[in-house]
Structures are given as C-alpha cells and as structure tokens.
Design a protein around this ligand. Structure first.
Ligand code: URA
Length: 229
C-alpha cells in the first residue's frame, strides 16, 4: 500500500492533510524520515507520525440491507448511493462486492478488501446467491425444470448454469443462482415471458442478510462471515 493511503486509512485524516504532514517532515518509516507519498509500505514496515507508531489499517467488511431506489455505484448524478449511506471515514473509497439493480433490495456486501470482493463476485468461485422474487404473472410449475436445465438469455451464447427455483406462491419464488450475469434473474424470467416486479437478495454464499437490519442499515461482518468466502 502507498504511504499516503496507509496514513489516511490508519489515522482517519484526509489525503490533503496527510500530504501536508509528509511535507512538514512529520512522517517516518522504520525510523527514517520519509516524504514520498508513493513509497510502498510492506508487511513489517513501521510507519510513525510525529514519532507515534501508526497501526496497520485493517480492511472493513460490511453487509447492508439495500433499500429500493438506491444505486450500487461509487457515485451517481441523480440517485443516492449505498456508499453515501455508510457513516464511516472514507466510505466512498470502499468496493461494492456484487451489485444489485436500483429497484432490487436486500443483501449487499461492501469492503475495503479488493481481493475478498473479487472472491465474492468472480465466476470462478461460483458463490451462490439466493433471491426472493415476485413476478407480474403466475410462475408455471415447469419453470422449475427450465431453471434447472439452464435458460438461453437474450444475446448470450451460453445458457445459464443450473439454478434452483422453489415456488412459494403463484407469483413468488426463491431462486438460487451460481453465477452473476447482468440482470440475471430478471432476464431469466423475461426469457420465460414473465416480469420480475420485486427482487430481494437474501444471501451470498454463507452470508445471510441479518433480519435486524432495516433498509439502509448496515453492520460489520463477523470473522466467520468474512472467512466463509
Ligand atoms: N439479478 C437481477 O436481475 N438483478 C439484480 O440486481 C441481481 C440479480
């Protein structure tokens, strides 16, 4: 990690403030004064500010219950973003590990750990995701078989991987998918001539949305949840 980033993360100061401190010779690395903001800080290096050792910044891992109408993006000209709902320093720099559409609700994972975010989203890891779906028209019983066999999506070469569909009522189902194509669940139903009117993500891998979280609320993940991906 770059020295300026390390300092900003471990002190909570802004990048501008960190730059000033570097110029003012208030920073040292392994006991030697250091002014270069781009200096690479590796495992074992000791960074000090005014001779006070700075703790290594720990990545943060959050789950949020995303509300309807909020965008999974780092910034957006017209809509509020999930990151803007997070009241933590430098939340705007965090990564959204697997986005939901603006009108979808439920579990969104947000972190500073790029590698972890990659594990959560990379097709190679085949992390399963569970969605609760409400459709405009009744879901016929044969949709279960079609989801299990794979569905050819508009303008895609390969059908979807086997997915599990459980009918809950005429217009409601639980869907488990093992990949993450663009608007995948909506497009799977669209391919069967139906339309998703509500989409709620319940879980990603072993991480289940906490019932206690109201829309827009978030909490830190537990060690077990972090290690499960
Ligand atoms: N599938 C969709 O269609 N939308 C989402 O937000 C997630 C999965």
């Amino acid at each position: 990690m770059r020295l300026d980033k390390y300092l900003a993360k471990s002190s909570g100061l802004s990048r501008k403030e960190v730059k000033r401190l570097l110029h003012a010779d208030e920073v040292s690395v392994n006991g030697e004064p250091e002014r270069n903001p781009a200096r690479h800080i590796k495992e074992g290096d000791e960074v000090s500010l005014n001779d006070r050792p700075m703790e290594r910044p720990e990545p943060r891992y959050l789950m949020m219950n995303k509300p309807d109408g909020v965008v999974c993006a780092n910034d957006d000209p017209t809509h509020p973003t999930v990151l803007a709902l997070i009241e933590l320093p430098r939340a705007e720099e965090m990564t959204i590990a697997g986005r939901l559409d603006i009108d979808a609700t439920g579990l969104v994972l947000i972190t500073d750990d790029g590698k972890w975010a990659h594990r959560a989203t990379s097709p190679r890891h085949k992390t399963h995701k569970v969605y609760l779906v409400t459709t405009a028209d009744p879901i016929p019983a044969d949709a279960v078989d079609k989801f299990a066999k794979g569905i050819k999506l508009d303008s895609e070469r390969f059908p979807t991987k086997p997915a599990e569909l459980t009918l809950l009522s005429d217009n409601e189902a639980r869907v488990v998918i093992h990949e993450g194509r663009y608007h995948q669940v909506k497009r799977m139903f669209a391919a069967l001539g139906n339309r998703v009117v509500e989409l709620h993500r319940e879980s990603v891998g072993e991480i289940v949305l906490d019932d206690d979280l109201f829309p827009g609320e978030y909490r830190h993940l537990t060690e077990d949840e972090i290690n499960s991906l």
